[in-house]
Design a protein around this ligand. Sequence first.
Ligand code: GRF
Length: 184
Amino acid sequence: KKIAILASGNGSNAEEIIKHFDGSTKGKVAVIASNKKDAYVLERAKNHDIPFFSFNRKEMEEAVLEKAFEELDVDLVVLAGFLLKVPDGLIHMFPERIINIHPALLPKFGGKGMYGMRVHEAVKAKREKETGITIHYVNEKYDDGRVIFQENVTVDENDTPEDIAKKVHALEHKYFPKVIESLL
Ligand code: GRF
């Protein structure tokens, strides 16, 4: 099965997914695409010999992703730190075959503008006793599709947002590739 990854930034999750499927018979990362041409995730793609490309908003609106993924015969689209809203055309083309990872326990700490460190800062400000990760299907709204998987981690009173981010990233790296494999 062929996996396409959409990412806007660093791409540590993308890297874990690439490694997990390296040599696997179940699936492989067929392409990585980013809306930021200098995103580090594209560097990672290059280093692993994974095809990659970047695109701008206009190209996205003109269905560049739909065309590319159709041509590559992609089976599953994985959002790993992708900060734009996924075009409706893509959602219709891949019903229940686009998934996202969110660094909190949805429906808490989700929605437009809730991404990256902002999430962990909000968790800290609300003095939450635990946080975690949510892997879910993508629909037309932000962070709203059906939940596939969640895992929790304890937040200690003294944890800084950076500490929380570290814990959450560790969970993401541990579970995201496995959950993807289970969906293939
Ligand atoms: C992750 O925390 C993910 O939950 C969120 O964006 C972050 C991406 O991190 N959607 P990375 O680029 O994979 O390191």
